[in-house]
Design a protein around this ligand. Sequence first.
Ligand code: HEC
Length: 111
Amino acid sequence: MDLRAAALTLLLGAALPGGAVAQQAPAADAAARVELGRRTYTGTCARCHGLNLVTSGIGFDLRTFPQNDRERFERSVTQGLRAMPALGGALTPEQLDALWAYIGAVNGWKP
Ligand code: HEC
């Protein structure tokens, strides 16, 4: 676990009712997932979709992507869509999952 994930775990653990120890492991997993997604996004997607999802006008504004359509997200990213390249070969399933978590975290999606 990196330092940031550890700090987030402590923060979330403290914020949870009772700060139950059992709650800390999933929180750390979630933070690590978002962090992997952030790194993957910055390396692979940001040049077209903008840093932190803030679009430069190219491509799709990922801040508006519908939370209820993960299937479409995975299809478009792996198979491509018009000017959006097919990136399935460049991403592990873990990275694809992490990208979804990252986009959700930036957009403030509720579970
Ligand atoms: C070479 C530039 C480029 C890169 C790199 C790129 N995209 Fe895109 N993306 C686009 C463009 C252009 C569109 C708009 C496609 C259209 O609707 O015509 C798009 C659209 C999308 C959409 C919306 C598709 C839909 O169903 O409407 C998603 C989601 C998306 N990109 C995610 C990503 C993710 C995640 C990455 C990184 C893994 C990524 N893109 C990398 C250019 C890019």
